[in-house]
Design a protein around this ligand. Structure first.
Ligand code: 26W
Length: 825
């Protein structure tokens, strides 16, 4: 048989008529529906399958090339991938928008409506998960052979709704209508051992006798980059029991116990972030982390060994990136696989491991740095505990030699003290087991060296570096903001889509009145659309003429949605006191989910909604202030809000937001930022210029000093009458007359234990908001500054971030941006 016998009939399509035929073919033969009786879901499935067809041969070509050229590969291990919807991006990346639209018109279907019926894959929580998704896009665009590895959660992050203004949570059934992008790989299956004990065989070799084995089964989703030149794989693992049912119990009629071990196994890929406040929750979380890490490492070793013999070559042929501490167990698991399964010595295995792994840290908050009690860890992963103790010994020797004055207790991975740090410190493990450790903004990397990783930095100087986050311009401008994208392409060409720094070509147009008007028209179109959605979903009528002031992110006290709503209250009172004054009208938009167990964050959602109820129904106020909390924040909702934003709220307590990526997306879409000098805001400020951003509040250094010297929020409150009146109103039930004490806990927190410096920053925030008002009132000047924001944030592209990783961490080549400029011509 010659090679041509394998050549499949080509499915690549360019014209609308061919596209129509392919979609109908998919509808009939793959979805199994009669076009006459098909509903929207069926058409959506058919279109996705048609697009997937377009990806497959490119995907195989990419894989073939990686094997043939023996390219170095990147493996990105992440507990979260917030990919959202894939259809619009894929169609645009492949340059197939025109034929798809036309084909659907011929079929009497509406393209936009079909796009909306694709479920939003919410396999993540926040920025960390979205970053992983942006990075996959960029690695494909840059042609880096890469795999994303994660968990195929049956229920992703919960679906949020509002029940009388309170957050309500329901399971997100994103798989209900099938995930038509993926290919199930039933043959790709690995055994994941848990529990049991470790013994020795006759030769003295350590042998792990697990008490339970669960199977990890692969599902692959192709991820195309710009123009579809390279297609990578997102491989997600589903947990399966080794034995579906226990027949003996079944035959006895004991059906529950017959299924028990299957249920226990499948629980592992059931939900994202199970509540880990209970022991059972912690146990499940550790099992999830080991489950996907082990499956991924077994898989990449199998791939490596299919074409290589010598495992010492591993660091030359692959880079494994740990997205936060969640996959930190990879350090011990890679050692275990090398030593126990492949017979390599401990020292050599340790060296291979460190040279292959690197670790990204996404938060300095000590409570988010995972640690496991020795009891739990030893019960679930006894062999790994041995290996980690071995690593710890080497590490402590290095530490003692490097830094004589160091307190070794603080740097050890396995901590025996009884304090908070008791147990296995996963951040330390990830740090020690990696050759590079990166923060996600310049400030964050600096603070890592000064705070949580100070001692480890002294032992391993030069290991920490900063790689400032970035966002993909394909999704976060080109595909989500058609009006602006089209204007930009018409004005400066298309090069920026693949090389975002080229967007600086639009800077001179900031001084062109005609361009400013068109820029405003684009924003206006987006605002009208969002206004219609707000009216439809919340029953709230808002005017697209007012400033759209946006804070969209996870609900967390450090992000200070509370500061924002308190400012709204102050503004509300001021308007009521002087209704005749010339106020700059605003719509405050909030969206974000609170972790189900995070009571304070949930109370803040309720406060926002109670204040909204009072303000939105107050005839005196009218359009001058409206407040909208849009439920169920996810990637798709962000894609609709961001293009419509005028003002971007990035107001975290300085030193607490590692980077932020929403700040980049909003600035790119022409919103001005009001923000603290935190995370990547610092670098955004440097790039857009101080005149084009509204910075306020304490710096990270000032916050740190206050934490040392003590800070008396009560005195601050007493000395600021507006702040006092706002807190009095919240605390006395002005917004919750049916339950006056509802928000007492919030007021108490700010008065006695204002850990996030809300009171301290209130006055500066208020002042700055009034400056924003004045600036917005000058339409031409505001537009000029908005255009400068778009023009000057090109550096915050995920492509640039990936080039930095490739060069500084992975040792992987990437094509220069000029390669794309030529291709675009
Ligand atoms: C349960 C443990 C845990 C705690 C927090 C898991 C995950 C989280 C967050 C959702 C982590 C996260 O998203 N961090 C964000 O990462 C972004 C990408 O680097 C940064 O831009 C944000 O500043 C950071 O908060």
């Amino acid at each position: 048989m010659d090679a041509n016998s394998f050549a499949p009939p080509s499915r690549r399509i360019s014209g609308a008529e061919d596209m129509r035929r392919l979609i109908v073919d998919k509808l009939v033969y793959s979805v199994g529906k009669d076009p006459e009786h098909s509903v929207r879901q069926d058409w959506s499935a058919a279109l996705i399958l048609a697009m997937r067809d377009q990806l497959v041969d490119r995907w195989m070509a990419s894989t073939r090339k990686a094997y043939e050229q023996d390219q170095k590969r990147v493996y990105y291990l992440s507990m979260e991938f917030l990919i959202g919807r894939l259809l619009r991006d894929t169609v645009i990346n492949l340059g197939l928008e025109e034929p798809v639209r036309e084909a659907l018109t011929m079929l009497g279907r509406d393209y936009e409506e079909i796009l909306r019926s694709e479920p939003d894959a919410a396999l993540g929580n926040g920025g960390l998960g979205r970053l992983a998704a942006c990075f996959l896009d960029s690695m494909s665009t840059l042609g880096i052979p890469a795999h994303g590895y994660g968990i195929r959660y049956e229920n992703g992050l919960f679906r949020q709704s509002l029940d009388d203004g309170w957050q309500a949570e329901e399971p997100e059934d994103w798989l209900n209508t099938g995930h038509n992008w993926e290919f199930e790989r039933p043959e790709v299956v690995y055994q994941i051992p848990f529990g049991g004990s470790v013994g020795e065989d006759a030769s003295g070799k350590r042998v792990w006798q697990a008490s339970e084995v669960i199977l990890a089964s692969a599902f692959d989703t192709p991820i195309a980059g710009w123009r579809g030149n390279h297609v990578n794989t997102l491989r997600l693992w589903a947990a399966r029991p080794a034995k579906r049912i226990d027949l003996a119990s079944f035959n006895r009629g004991d059906y529950m116990s017959a299924m028990a071990s299957a249920v226990r196994a499948e629980t592992i890929s059931r939900v994202l972030y199970p509540d880990d406040t209970t022991d059972e929750g912690k146990n499940l979380r550790l099992r999830q982390e080991f489950f996907f890490t082990s499956a991924s490492l077994q898989d990449l070793l199998r791939r490596f060994l299919s074409t290589h013999k010598d495992l010492r070559q591993l660091p030359e042929k692959m880079a494994i990136q740990l997205n936060d501490t969640h996959p930190a167990i990879a350090v011990a698991e890679l050692m275990r696989l090398l030593v126990d399964t492949h017979g390599i010595g401990m020292d050599a295995a340790y060296q291979i491991t460190r040279n292959t792994l690197s670790y990204t840290n996404h938060t300095l908050m000590p409570e988010a740095l995972e640690r496991w009690s020795l009891t739990l860890f030893g019960a679930v992963l006894p062999r790994h505990l041995e290996i980690i103790r071995w690593i710890d010994e080497q590490h402590l020797r290095t530490a003692a030699a490097a830094q004589r004055s160091l307190d070794l207790e603080r740097v050890r991975i396995v901590d025996h003290g009884n304090g908070n740090g008791h147990g296995v410190r996963m951040g330390h493990l990830a740090f020690v087991g990696s050759h590079r450790v990166n923060g996600v903004s310049a400030l964050h990397a600096d603070l890592m060296k000064q705070t949580v990783f100070k001692d480890l930095d002294a032992v391993y100087p030069g290991r920490i570096l900063g790689v400032t986050n970035g966002v993909t311009p394909r999704r976060w401008l080109h595909s989500c903001n058609k009006p602006l994208s089209s204007l930009l392409i018409e004005t400066i060409g298309e090069a920026w889509v693949a090389d975002l720094e080229a967007i600086d070509a639009v800077e001179p147009f900031a001084d062109d009145a005609g361009f400013r008007e068109r820029f405003r028209a684009a924003k206006r179109e987006n605002k009208e659309k969002l206004a219609a959605e707000i009216q439809q979903r919340l029953g709230l009528k808002v005017s697209p003429d007012v400033m759209f002031d946006v804070q969209i992110k996870r609900m967390h006290e450090y992000k200070r949605q509370l500061l924002n709503i308190m400012e709204a209250i102050a503004y509300y009172f001021a308007i009521r006191a002087e209704p005749e004054k010339d106020w700059t009208p605003r719509l405050k938009i909030f969206a974000g989910k609170a972790a189900p167990g995070y009571q304070m964050a949930k109370l803040i959602i309720k406060l926002i909604n109670d204040v909204a109820r009072a303000v939105n129904s107050d005839a005196v106020v009218g359009d001058r202030l409206k407040i909208a909390f849009i439920p169920n924040y996810n990637v798709s909702l962000a894609e609709r809000i961001i293009p419509a934003a005028d003002l971007s709220e990035q107001i975290s307590t300085a030193g607490m937001e590692a980077s932020g990526t929403g700040n980049m997306k909003l600035a790119l879409n022409g919103a001005l930022t009001i923000g603290t000098l935190d995370g990547a805001n610092v670098e955004i400020c440097e790039r857009v210029g101080e005149d084009n951003i509204h910075i306020f509040g304490l710096t990270a250094e000032e916050v740190a000093n206050y934490r040392l010297s003590g800070y008396d929020s009560r005195a601050v409150i007493e000395s600021h009458p507006v702040l006092k009146s706002v807190l009095d109103a919240i605390g006395s039930g002005v917004f919750s007359p049916e339950e006056p004490g509802r928000f007492r806990a919030i007021v108490d927190r700010l008065t006695y234990d204002d850990y996030f410096f809300v009171a301290a920053d209130f006055a500066a925030y208020l002042d700055t908001q009034r400056q924003v008002d004045a600036a917005f009132a000058d339409e031409e000047e505001w537009s000029r500054r908005a255009i400068l924001n778009t023009a000057r944030v090109g550096w915050f592209s995920a492509d640039r971030a990936i080039r930095d990783y490739a060069r500084e961490i992975w040792g992987v080549d990437t094509p220069p941006p000029s390669a794309f400029a030529e291709a675009a011509e």
